[in-house]
Design a binder for this molecule. Structure first.
Ligand SMILES: [Ca+2]
Ligand SMILES: [Ca+2]
Length: 200
């Protein structure tokens, strides 16, 4: 084994060790029981564009991101892009979803949009609720399991309204977790690992 290979191997081992220590140190406070979301009927389109409601756990998949956003906002936003690529960096869409998220009269609000790939690309999963997040950093909504379709796939996300988001490595808010963030285009060691999520 050359010195270069050995150094790389040692770095890899140290890196894994650090991740394990993080997993041990950052244990969530409590596990909360809830049934997982039901699987979507048509999530095979690529990229898949689906919605989930955190209260009913109902998932629906759509033929375009525009249609998904129309449904997620109960018809309030009809002009999102067709494919949803980089939607997290779309200032006009962000302003509309932020306003709906902070509204007390909206029928359906978007808590966050989760992407299967870092950089806000890949499959899109639009998370909705009947109301948004408040301005206190207490927990407002949670999913104890993201469901088999989205488990270990999330690579980037953006929260809307007042919502900030935390992702856990394991279901029931266990294992390593991300900081509470408004958005993240690269989830680092938590890339493709999230199994439960909470919104604050
Ligand atoms: Ca996981
Ligand atoms: Ca809150």
């Amino acid at each position: 084994m050359s010195n270069g290979v050995r150094a790389t191997l040692i770095r890899a081992i140290v890196s894994v060790g650090a991740a394990s220590i993080l997993a041990i140190v950052f244990q969530p406070a409590a596990a909360r029981a809830a049934s997982p979301p039901t699987p979507p009927d048509a999530a095979t389109r690529s990229p898949a564009t689906c919605t989930v409601n955190v209260e009913t756990h109902q998932q629906r998949c759509f033929t375009s991101f525009r249609a998904a956003i129309r449904a997620a906002t109960a018809g309030a936003v009809t002009d999102a892009t067709e494919d949803g690529k980089y939607a997290a960096t779309d200032a006009k869409l962000t302003a509309k979803l932020d306003a709906i998220g902070k509204s007390s009269t909206a029928a359906s609000v978007v808590l966050s949009i989760e992407y299967s790939v870092s950089g806000y690309v890949g499959d899109q999963w639009v998370v909705t609720a009947s109301s948004g997040c408040d301005t206190n950093l207490d927990e407002d909504w949670e999913l104890s399991y993201v469901g088999d379709r989205w488990n270990d796939t999330i690579g980037s996300f953006r929260g809307y309204g007042n919502c900030w988001v935390r992702h856990w490595e394991d279901r029931d808010f266990r294992g390593s977790y991300t900081p509470i963030q408004g958005t993240d285009n690269d989830m680092g060691i938590m890339n493709n690992k999230a199994s439960s999520i909470a919104w604050y």
